[in-house]
Design a protein around this ligand. Structure first.
Ligand code: BDR
Ligand code: CA
Length: 314
């Protein structure tokens, strides 16, 4: 199985990404680290631990990361994910302890203990990933084969006109990660807006007879209301499942259409700070550092989610 570390800010879609990783025999989730993003760092940590408790995977070590982005103050997304960052279901209180070390040290420890290369999956702002690369550059080059992240887009945004939320929160961190030299895979809005779960599909989760399925019935109902009913600007018929695209790519890359190109991050722009600048037409000689996911077989993706949720015991 592919060994991964998940750095996340749960977050409804982060929680589903974690769940797909735990459910898949093709993935070995070695550690979870949390970032400030969708909610404040204490809340995202608590949510990650509540999810691992629900999934009966308290054995997976968890550590909390940086309290704020590298340069700008933290901006959260309570409007999307609610007060707790994971509103919509009653999740069990965590009954295990967070690791007594910062996220970057847990990443380092996990890499050192692994005899194989590990994939770093980032589904929140890239603060922890950037710090890790700055503090442990040699270890990163030796042990991380790729960084698969949800963030950015080729051409549009969801927080300001041309900027996606995760990159918006910490553009400097994203710039460090993309320019570090480890290959990256970008699940940006081009693909994640096509990875929608429809209302009737969310309703059908009610029939999944285990606590994980039941929890996601509540969670995704909450998440869907923001995207569809409260904010019709999106024109969605369901909810875009951004973060699970990263794990789906690792499980079955054939589900996606992807193109390699250079991606860099604008950190100065008055209107565009945080934009992922995608060199699709090769206007520069900069390295093709990123595999950009552009399309998805939505039905296969939903089938994977349903199969994963059904796989948990009663
Ligand atoms: C990203 O922002 C967060 O709200 C989601 O969890 C996802 O990682 C989408 O822009
Ligand atoms: Ca996220």
């Amino acid at each position: 199985a592919k060994k991964i570390i998940l750095d996340c800010d749960p977050g409804h879609d982060d929680a589903l990404a974690m769940t797909l990783a735990v459910a898949s025999p093709k993935i070995d989730l070695l550690a979870v680290t949390t970032s400030a993003g969708n909610q404040t760092p204490d809340k995202t940590l608590n949510n990650a631990m509540r999810m691992l408790t629900l999934l009966h995977r308290e054995d997976i070590p968890v550590a909390s990361g940086n309290r704020t982005p590298l340069v700008k103050p933290l901006e959260t997304a309570g409007n999307v994910h609610g007060k707790t960052g994971l509103d919509g279901a009653d999740l069990p209180d965590p009954d295990f302890k967070v690791q007594d070390m910062p996220a970057i040290d847990l990443i380092a420890k996990t890499l050192k203990e692994s005899n194989e290369k590990v994939t770093l999956v980032v589904t929140g702002p890239m603060t922890n990933a950037a710090l890790f690369l700055r503090v442990y550059p040699e270890l990163a080059k030796e042990k991380i084969d790729q960084i698969v992240f949800m963030g950015g887009a080729w051409g549009f945004g969801n927080w300001v006109p041309s900027v996606e939320f995760n990159i918006y929160v910490d553009p400097e961190a994203a710039k460090i990660v993309l320019n570090f030299g480890i290959p990256t895979v970008m699940a940006g809005l081009n693909v994640t807006h096509k990875a929608q779960i429809m209302k009737d599909e969310i309703a059908s989760l009610k029939n999944i007879d285990n606590p994980v399925g039941q929890a996601f019935h509540g969670l995704l109902n909450f998440f869907e209301i923001y995207h569809d009913e409260e904010d019709p600007r999106w024109g969605f018929k369901g909810a875009p499942l951004h973060d699970p695209c990263t794990i789906a790519w690792l499980i079955d890359p054939d589900m996606f259409k992807a193109v390699k190109m250079n991606v860099d991050v604008e950190t100065e722009g008055e209107l565009t700070r945080g934009e992922t600048v995608c060199d699709y037409y090769r206007q520069t000689d900069k390295p093709q550092n990123t595999t950009v996911l552009l399309d998805i077989d939505r039905q296969k993706f939903i089938d994977l989610i349903m199969k994963s949720l059904k796989s948990f015991s009663k």
